[in-house]
Design a protein around this ligand. Sequence first.
Ligand code: DAH
Length: 342
Amino acid sequence: MNSKIEQLLAEVEQFTADTEQKIEEFRIKMLGKKGVLTRLFDDFKTVSAERKKELGQKLNVLKNKAQDKIKTLKDQLGNGSSDSSLSVDKTMPGVRSEVGTRHPLSVVKNEIVEIFNRLGYVTAEGPEMEDDWHVFSALNFAPDHPARDMQDTFFINTDSDNPILLRTHTSSVQVRIMEKQQPPIRVVCPGRVFRNEDISARAHCIFHQVEGLYIDENVSFADMKQTLLYFTREMFGENVEIRLRPSYFPFTEPSAEMDVSCTICGGKGCNICKYTGWLEIMGCGMVHPNVLEACNIDSKKYSGFAFGMGVERIAQLKWQVSDIRLYFENDVRFLNMFRTVV
Ligand code: DAH
């Protein structure tokens, strides 16, 4: 009996089957009512008392092994043959993936640029790391102009006569365009600028500007005023008024500061416009002849205007964001507020 059990143990060990039917045949042979184990248990009754313990244990091992084997083979067959797609519930709602949105500053920048594109201005960009010539000298800044001061400008390398620095305004792109191209020129230049300012709710050392430039024969101050009025009304609405106040920039003559009637109170006076009814939004003016000449453009033949505005400032007027730092922190709770704006 012992050798019979040994032989069956080996048989169970080696048995494999790849169909349900073969497994079932094996089960009937081993564990069925007339199967080998039933017969062995019958024989077991006649075994002598002293061998009962040993053979009884072996018989139980055989029975368990046969049962385990059948179960394992059935499981394997179940996994392999069943159609795995059936285990996916196709009626379940899909997993939604989060879609990003444009940054509010990009939204405003694009809007500004697109308004000018519709007037025939092309978009141009220049380097953020610039040299003194493009940021200051070609734009008619005197050698001792305070804007060149370390207090305002981040210098990168001051070893040469033409120091390398981070541009403090996008007016540098005007110079790059005029050096490459003769009039007529109509460009808008959006970009990031850098100034050595303490960061506060109202100021940041990084911000964004859009520069505009129009050079051709017989371009007048009146052309500038009309262009900027058109821009303002496209941006802020039909009922908005503009006013130009005399100002000074080295690269324009005459120069002006442009205000729009307060977009919050409509000009009546509120705390946003500090009860003046007006909000300052950009600098502008007729391009200085020295600037044209520095870029090899004949200032007798050509004239033109330029303007520059801060993107954060326009965004602030659009959405009344009171703290400029929010634009740079990338807090998704803030950015999500502009989800529908794009
Ligand atoms: N570059 C000036 C600034 O950063 C803005 C500006 C003023 C640009 C007058 C111009 C301009 O083109 O004509 O404050």
